[in-house]
Design a protein around this ligand. Sequence first.
Ligand SMILES: NC(=O)C1=CN([C@@H]2O[C@H](COP(=O)(O)OP(=O)(O)OC[C@H]3O[C@@H](n4cnc5c(N)ncnc54)[C@H](O)[C@@H]3O)[C@@H](O)[C@H]2O)C=CC1
Ligand SMILES: O=C(O)C1=N[C@H](C(=O)O)C[C@H](O)C1
Length: 268
Amino acid sequence: MSKQIQLAVHGAAGRMGRRVVALAAEDKDIQVTAAIDHADNGLIGQDAGLVAGIAALNVLLTPEWPNYASVMIDFSLPIAVDACVAKCVTAKMPLVIATTGLHDSQKEAIAAAAKLIPIVWAPSMSTAVNLTMKVTQQITETLKNVAGGVDIEIIERHHRFKADAPSGTALRFGELIAEKMDGDVKHVHGREGETGQRTRNEIGYHAVRVGDNPGEHTIVFGMLGERIEINVAASNRDCYASGAIAAAKFLQGKPAGLYSMFDVLGLS
Ligand SMILES: NC(=O)C1=CN([C@@H]2O[C@H](COP(=O)(O)OP(=O)(O)OC[C@H]3O[C@@H](n4cnc5c(N)ncnc54)[C@H](O)[C@@H]3O)[C@@H](O)[C@H]2O)C=CC1
Ligand SMILES: O=C(O)C1=N[C@H](C(=O)O)C[C@H](O)C1
């Protein structure tokens, strides 16, 4: 049997961190060896398995960084990402970054770190979402010169606890769609007041926060006389957790570089 991947989880007490711990514990190729969270989190010191709702793993939630792990998976907060990237560079640890809401300077720091260690960075680890991104690019290419024009709007729905808006996934949908449109694209976030008519080359974003929705994106392609709506929705968080675990496996033995979920899923 080949050696197990030793996995460290950053943000391990959070909604996503718990699902990563739970799914990784079921995976024969993985051993969860570190569960990191903020020192002020009330669950520090408890067993990460019990916190995740499974059997004890004998791994305690800790604010300390491990000296070694085969890979780190990060589902935390933007404010926590810089330190995580720096620690992984120092320890030469491959890193999966799933946290959204990052500033441009943080994205630049990730790109710089990826010259030293292999990093998968994606706003959605879900297979369905990444496939849908490809589909919406194809639709955009086909419709961009349609008679009468096409209006593209992105509606995202998430749980009431979500801290950033619009979702990282909605922004990535917009970037990928804009790549297929001609000319400069204006990104419009919500509309209010006397906005005037919609201009041709804009993408609209609308963030809905409702209940416990684990993530849903609807891309609307509105034409004169007909409309396409592509909807991709999670029923629970395991699509993201299992995608992050697939990314962690993908990174084993990879050279330094910035990889996406398209790379992990063979969609590049
Ligand atoms: N890429 C993807 O597929 C997905 C990304 N996300 C993103 O992942 C992030 C986390 O989401 P949730 O788990 O729902 O949030 P959450 O709020 O439940 O969990 C965040 C965890 O990070 C911890 N944390 C905060 N500061 C920290 C620090 N300095 N060091 C270590 N841990 C720290 C918190 O104590 C908490 O346990 C968000 O940015 C969300 O948008 C969420 C789902 C899927
Ligand atoms: O916070 C969440 O829950 C999610 N965040 C990610 C995002 O911002 O795109 C991915 C997913 O939609 C769930």
